[in-house]
Design a protein around this ligand. Structure first.
Ligand code: HEM
Ligand code: NAG
Ligand code: NAG
Length: 319
């Protein structure tokens, strides 16, 4: 029994990078002739945005994930609802909690002024997510560029592809595997919850019902997030250092202080316990795996040229 369990675990861990393959159309130097100012514009805008609101980096990192999981990294998540089509912003996993659209609008305006009709919203989002992590003391990586923007939103894709706060480990593994992301990618990417916060409605059940939770941790949260409907604006940080990109998320999981059921599902008699333990002890290993997994995430079904477009306003398709 023990042998076959370990063997399965080994297969899971060794599945490695064979599932997703790099996309040959994307390249870090895609705009080096057509918009050499691009990287500087995005980075300085992100610096400014984070100076204005230290929590906004979390919003942009999450936006990128939600864009890529709903039909590929094609800026479909940025589209506003129109009379003719309901966008992704109101899909269950996104409703009322995605943030950072104004920052993308501002960056897009500056990029359009420097290099008109050249850089896609999808690429701007990929760069903004990378710079958010880097500016908050996390790893940096080369962002592969050259995506074009979707001409329609994909609300259905957003609804069935995105995991929820109650997802179990098998569900999480299955949803990421459906995108060519293995267990190691999934655990490393979940470490994005080192940044940001969750609303009370999404962790209420866990802090009032779960047994795999540090009792002091749940008791402290229960006072501001009681059973029943309560105050809808109450939030709690995912880890003890929500403004810093570090491995505290994994240290907190090992201490049974995961905020969502889906967070704690990664640790405590789970198949991926060894990965959580490695990341909790080795911030550099986490940073390396996170960066590699973000590149893979960014390779999900990008569009090239037609039928995509270089949107002029990230919120709506070109007329
Ligand atoms: C593994 C499955 C995942 C689940 C079930 C999940 C679920 C959630 C939920 C429920 C929230 C709270 C939303 C709110 O109340 O406003 C959240 C926030 C967040 N998620 Fe995830 N997420 C997952 C993976 C990821 C990944 C892969 C990334 C990025 C690479 C990510 C980045 C974030 C960030 C940065 C926040 C904080 C947002 C903010 O403070 O505005 N998540 N996630
Ligand atoms: C930062 O705040 C200033 C003042 O409110 C505003 O003009 C500017 O556009 C903001 N910058 C970003 C990147 O959000
Ligand atoms: C709800 O919670 C927020 C943030 O914690 C607080 O600022 C606000 O006063 C609360 N509102 C009510 C009605 O208790």
């Amino acid at each position: 029994m023990a042998i076959s369990f370990n063997f399965f675990l080994l297969l899971l861990l060794l599945a490695g990078s064979t599932t997703a393959f790099p996309n040959f159309f994307l390249s870090p130097s895609f705009y080096s002739n057509t918009c050499p100012q691009l990287h500087g514009i995005v980075r300085s805008a992100m610096k400014e945005a984070i100076r204005n609101d230290t929590t906004i980096g979390a919003g942009l990192l999450r936006l990128f994930f939600h864009d890529c999981f709903a039909g590929g990294c094609d800026a479909s998540v940025l589209l506003d609802d129109t009379r003719a089509s309901v966008g992704e912003k109101t899909a269950p996993a996104n409703k009322n909690s995605l943030r950072g659209f104004e920052v993308i609008d501002l960056i897009k305006k500056r990029v359009e002024a420097a290099c008109p009709q050249t850089v896609s919203c999808a690429d701007i989002l990929a760069l903004a997510a990378r710079d958010s992590v880097g500016l908050l003391h996390g790893p940096r990586w080369n962002v592969r560029l050259g995506r074009s923007d979707a001409t329609a939103a994909e609300q259905n894709a957003a609804s069935f592809s995105l995991p929820g706060p109650g997802s179990s480990l098998p569900i999480l593994l299955t949803m990421f595997a459906a995108k060519g992301l293995d267990a190691r990618d999934m655990v490393a990417l979940s470490g994005a919850h080192t940044l940001g916060r969750s609303h009370c409605s999404l962790y209420r059940e866990r802090i009032h019902g779960d047994s795999n939770i540090d009792p002091a941790f749940s008791a402290a949260l229960r006072s501001t997030c009681p059973l029943g409907s309560g105050n809808a604006t109450v939030t709690a940080p995912f880890d003890r250092t929500p403004g810093r990109f570090d491995n505290m998320y994994f240290k907190d999981l090992v201490a049974f202080r995961g905020l969502l059921k889906s967070d704690q599902a990664l640790y405590g008699g789970s198949l991926v316990d060894p990965l959580v333990e490695i990341y909790s002890e080795d911030n550099a290993a986490f940073g390396r795996d996170f960066a590699a997994a973000m590149v893979k995430l960014g390779d999900l079904s990008p569009l090239f040229g037609l039928p995509g477009e270089i949107r002029l306003n990230c919120r709506k398709v070109n007329a």
